[in-house]
Design a protein around this ligand. Structure first.
Ligand code: AHR
Length: 511
């Protein structure tokens, strides 16, 4: 059996893991909102129409922050359509997804849902058909106490107290020709800067010349970076946009979906190369941020918001009749193969936690999601649910630098490691977590050495493995999930683990 040696030391860290790395995303798309988080009349629905069975699974995932309302939907959305008495809300065409939007669910419902779910809202302002005035007024609607037309509108709609929304995306994927109101980098950079200014002013933040310290600004603004690293404007888009907005914003967004494509020359190895490719992509944006920081002579640290990431294989079907309300769109059913690639993507996020401070698994329910629902029926956990649940609930604190002698395999992106790992250390709870993907078609032995922890003891060890790479979960059939393994013997932080071929293993230790 081939051997890989991995060691980590408590004193050698990558950085602190921001809990927001484990965020997610709900868009007005398909059945994410309607029949997903919201289904009045469902047997588990609460008085707001929120499905309690879905809420339970969201809590199980321990998601801290949820982005809303899009996505591509955002770029055609007028937030005013989604507030006020329901019977007066207009039904509109959603040009992003060729669906009909009833606007039955809008900003106030989302804020209520966030409160019930125990998550922080992360809102988006429309930079496609929307103006900077719309953006500033949405901030006013959410965050201004009262006494103005817009803030009184919120109060009249039932929310006496402001929502104090802190996280705001300035548009979505504005680099994509598919985007409603797509802009060039110059156009978007200018518009995003002006939007950022008026959004902050609407939030009562003083102007630069009045002595605002950027680090203390209450709003956390996320400017739209590249929507993937294959688009031809990458990474020039990011440079230009940041040169306009560097001082005004806090994060640069990035998006990326990976897929298993049987038409590729080497579909499995290409897919298994995703995690290391994601690492390269982050590396390029890390360098771009540093370049712009030097160019604009800033002392400020800007972070990455990886606010759409996942595996996405099914394309939006166009065989459905257009303009359906809550159609079945992007309902990927994840395989075991997807789950082990998904775990590797999470390892990559953790291994870059010094710069990626916010992450949104796209999306949360029904649409390329870990949670699936049936209208009027039950729910199930997809295969990808499990790595997310284990990591989001346990891998906290800091990521440790790992040193590995793993060999590599060639794939469409370049080279990737057969053994893909992340090691985290939660000092407060004296807990170390080790997440290990074996991307070899043979079992592997890993010699793991955890230094400077004294005598850590394994307290939980689970493994996801399957003889059938295409195995999936379904309603009443969650067969693809981690299984507990016998705890490995540790000797002064050292142990030997056998990782089955094509598998994900997760070890928790206490010291
Ligand atoms: O998450 C699905 C879609 O993917 C989002 O609407 C868009 O931002 C991205 O292209």
């Amino acid at each position: 059996m081939k051997k890989t040696k991995i060691f980590a030391d408590a004193n050698l860290t990558v950085g602190t893991i921001d809990p927001n790395l484990y965020g997610s995303f709900i868009e007005h798309l398909g059945r994410a909102v309607y029949e997903g988080i919201y289904e009045p009349g469902h047997k588990t629905a609460d008085e707001n129409g929120f499905r309690r069975d879905v809420l339970e699974l969201v809590k199980e995932l321990n998601v801290p922050i949820v982005r809303y309302p899009g996505g591509n939907f955002l770029s055609g959305y007028d937030w005013r359509d989604g507030v006020g008495p329901r019977e007066k809300r207009p039904t509109r065409l959603d040009l992003a997804w060729f669906s009909t939007e009833t606007n039955e669910f809008g900003t106030d419902e989302f804020m209520k849902w966030c409160r019930v779910a125990g998550v922080t809202p992360m809102m988006g302002v429309n930079m496609g058909t929307g103006t900077i005035k719309d953006a500033a007024q949405l901030v006013e609607y959410c965050n201004h106490e009262g006494g103005t037309d817009i803030s009184e509108m919120r109060r009249a709609n039932g929310a006496k107290e402001p929502y104090h929304v802190r996280y705001w995306c300035i548009g979505n994927e504005m680099d994509g020709p598919w985007q409603i109101g797509h802009l060039t980098a110059e156009e978007y950079g200018r518009k995003a800067l002006e939007a950022a200014k008026v959004m902050r002013w609407a939030n009562g933040e003083l102007k630069e010349e009045d002595g605002t310290n950027w680090a203390e600004r209450p709003l956390k603004l996320i400017v739209s970076g590249s929507s993937n690293h294959e688009i031809k404007t990458f990474p020039e888009w990011d440079r230009v946009v940041l040169e306009h907005t560097y001082e005004a914003v806090d994060y640069l967004s990035m998006h990326r979906y990976y897929m298993y494509d049987e038409d590729r020359d080497d579909p499995l190895m290409d897919f298994l190369g995703s995690a290391d490719d994601m690492h390269e992509y982050i590396g390029t944006l890390r360098a771009t941020i540093e370049y712009v920081r030097a160019k604009v002579r800033s002392k400020k640290k800007l972070y990455l918001s990886f606010d759409e990431w996942n595996i996405w294989t099914v394309t939006a079907p166009r065989h459905e009749p257009l303009w359906k309300q809550a159609p079945h769109l992007l309902e990927d059913v994840y395989t075991f193969r997807d789950a082990i690639v998904f775990a590797g993507l999470m390892n990559t996020l953790l291994n870059n936690c010094d710069i990626v401070k916010l992450g949104c698994l796209a999306q949360l329910v029904n649409v390329i999601a870990p949670i699936m629902t049936k209208k009027g029926g039950g729910v199930f956990r997809q295969t990808s649910f499990y790595p997310f649940r284990y990591l989001a609930n346990n891998a906290r604190g800091e990521t440790l630098r790992t040193f590995s002698d793993s060999d590599v395999f060639g794939n469409m992106f370049g080279k990737a490691r057969f053994i893909n790992e992340a090691v985290t250390h939660d000092r407060a709870n004296r807990r170390v977590c080790v997440s290990l993907c074996n991307y070899d078609e043979e079992a592997r032995e890993v010699e793991l050495e955890l230094r400077s922890f004294g005598e850590p003891e394994a307290v939980e060890y689970v493994e996801m493995t399957s003889l059938d790479l295409d195995a999936v979960n379904g309603f009443g059939a969650e067969k693809v999930k981690p299984h507990r393994k016998e705890l490995p013997e540790m000797e002064a932080g050292r142990t030997f683990l056998t990782l089955p071929a094509l598998s994900w293993s997760f070890l928790i230790l206490q010291y």
